[in-house]
Write a protein that binds this ligand. Structure first.
Ligand SMILES: Nc1ncnc2c1ncn2[C@@H]1O[C@H](COP(=O)(O)OP(=O)(O)OP(=O)(O)O)[C@@H](O)[C@H]1O
Ligand SMILES: [Mg+2]
Ligand SMILES: [Zn+2]
Length: 246
């Protein structure tokens, strides 16, 4: 299984599965329980710490058809469509490749229309710090007062590059690098679920290489002995361990 497939497979799907961002997930979960949910979120923090994952969970929490406690069920039509990327009303846009005023004008035009399928339209703008000044200005009014059926999630690794006008219109959440011990525990549980044996030293190495990001690459080669399949079908499992390397 490739590294990318593994990262996707273990993408957290509920607030409680998110590792090491309790200060973010607790506040968000409480907001959904109380029904007091802001219309514009700003998720800041280092790469691979859960910003996109939590944006999807927020999208599901806003749209889940069965949840009564604010936690998305993960199995209703709305949750599944956001999870598998087929929901037309949940859009993730890359701010780095849609930097200009035209892309933002198109977006502010589209937000006016009612959702096609979900209860709420959710627009995620990744790497939002890459937008041009004109694009930021074009976004301001809609960000301040979007139609009631719209929620924005802006995400960035470089919040210091955002204008104050954008910062002041969003509810900000700062994601953190995950502490070593928590990351080691998380990686150990993934290896266990994949039925791959790994010694504590190798986990320590992975944790150090990750630098606190949960999107850990697993630089394991089949020639290394630290990762060994648990089951008797050693050969086939071993090749799967080597494929995790990329
Ligand atoms: N807090 C976390 N808890 C559990 N898994 C996580 C967490 N953060 C990241 N991951 C893992 O890393 C992968 C990428 O995470 P995600 O896309 O949410 O990161 P990101 O903060 O949006 O990164 P980027 O800044 O590069 O866009 C997920 O699919 C998941 O496997
Ligand atoms: Mg992301
Ligand atoms: Zn649901």
């Amino acid at each position: 299984m490739s590294y990318l497939v593994l990262a996707r497979k273990y993408r957290p799907t509920t607030f409680s599965e998110v590792v090491g961002q309790d200060h973010v997930t607790r506040t968000l979960a409480n907001a959904f329980v109380s029904g007091r949910v802001h219309h514009a979120f700003l998720f800041c923090g280092p790469r691979g710490c859960g910003k996109t994952s939590v944006a999807r969970i927020v999208g599901k929490a806003l749209n889940c058809l069965v949840s009564t406690d604010g936690a998305p069920c993960g199995t209703c039509e709305a949750c599944v469509s956001i999870q598998n990327g087929s929901a037309p009303d949940y859009q993730e846009m890359d701010g780095a490749s849609n930097r200009g005023i035209d892309a933002i004008r198109e977006l502010t035009e589209a937000v006016r229309y009612q959702p096609a399928m979900l209860k709420k339209k959710v627009y995620v703008i990744d790497e939002v710090h890459m937008l041009t000044t004109e694009a930021f200005n074009a976004l301001l009014k809609t960000l301040e007062e979007p139609p009631p059926h719209v929620t924005f999630v802006l995400a960035t690794t470089e919040p210091h590059k955002l204008p104050n006008t954008i910062l002041s219109r969003c509810q900000r959440y700062d994601f953190k690098l995950v502490p070593t011990s928590r990351l080691a525990q998380h990686l150990t549980s993934i290896f266990k679920k994949e039925e791959l044996g790994i010694d504590a030293g190798a986990i320590g190495l992975l944790v150090r290489e990750s630098g606190g990001s949960v999107r850990a690459r697993c630089p394991i080669r089949s020639s290394r002995t630290s990762v060994t399949p648990r089951s008797p079908s050693n050969t086939s499992r071993k090749s799967s361990a080597s494929r995790i390397a990329r």
